[in-house]
Design a binder for this molecule. Structure first.
Ligand code: C5P
Length: 224
């Protein structure tokens, strides 16, 4: 089995999950959705009555919780053994995850686990700090992005397909705020890592984005 590590970062709605999953499948790698870990912790925080400013308390909750992944598509996300896969895919949990992820104690707890999961290699991981913090030495580093409008359209469609309420303008506003928060936080802001390839996906299908990344994997693998 390949020990390759492919790390993908990018803003909300850039298509990271779709693309990372497909790349993992094509290359026989496991798939690590680091955002799902922030979301699962946010769900637990919400259930405990915590808010966006309760970083210390959320980090303690994180220490005491088990966040795991099962097998399948969509990949099951398990919070202390409970399947929370669909519960964590709401805008509300995304917002709380984003707010909590700005707190250093929260990041410390989850990054430590993520590094352990990546250590053995053979993984495609995606998030906001996959290329900068979790796996800066990844064999292939990608910054996947698209215009705000395109990303809002994708999120909108995703929510509608899941049968959730969704308003395009509201989603666009929330994504733009989330971008701002993710890119401007003091701890591990979202940015293009040194040595990362920027892949713009406006006008690219998911398949085309995957093909481009697989080509990059071919050309970059082993080139140092
Ligand atoms: O990618 P996803 O939308 O599921 O992530 C939810 C939030 O978790 C992001 O907006 C971001 O603030 C945070 N996150 C992070 N670092 C990661 C993955 C996600 O800060 N590696």
């Amino acid at each position: 089995l390949s020990k390759l590590v492919v790390a993908i970062d990018g803003p909300a709605g850039a298509g990271k999950s779709t693309v990372a999953k497909a790349v993992a499948q094509r290359l026989g790698l496991s798939y690590l959705d680091t955002g799902a870990m922030y979301r699962a912790l946010a769900l637990k925080a919400q259930r405990s009555g915590l808010g966006p400013d309760d970083g210390e308390a959320a980090a303690s909750l994180g220490e005491a919780s088990n966040i795991d992944f099962g097998q399948g598509d969509p990949q099951p996300v398990l919070l202390d053994g409970e399947d929370v896969t669909s519960q964590i895919r709401t805008m509300e949990i995304g917002e709380l995850a984003s707010a909590l992820s700005a707190h250093t104690p929260v990041r410390r707890v989850l990054v430590k686990r993520q590094k352990e999961l990546v250590q053995a290699g053979g993984v495609t991981l995606e998030g906001r700090d996959a290329t900068t913090v979790i796996a800066p030495d990844a064999d292939v580093k990608i910054y996947l992005t698209a215009s705000l409008e395109e990303r809002a359209r994708r999120r909108h469609k995703e929510l509608i397909v899941r049968g959730q309420q969704a308003d395009y303008e509201e989603i666009k506003r929330l994504i733009s705020e989330r971008d701002h928060r993710d890119m401007n936080r003091a701890d591990s802001p979202l940015r293009v890592a040194e040595g990362a390839c920027v892949v713009e996906t406006d006008g690219l299908s998911a398949d085309e984005a995957v093909t481009r990344i697989l080509e990059l994997c071919e050309s970059l693998k082993g080139s140092g």
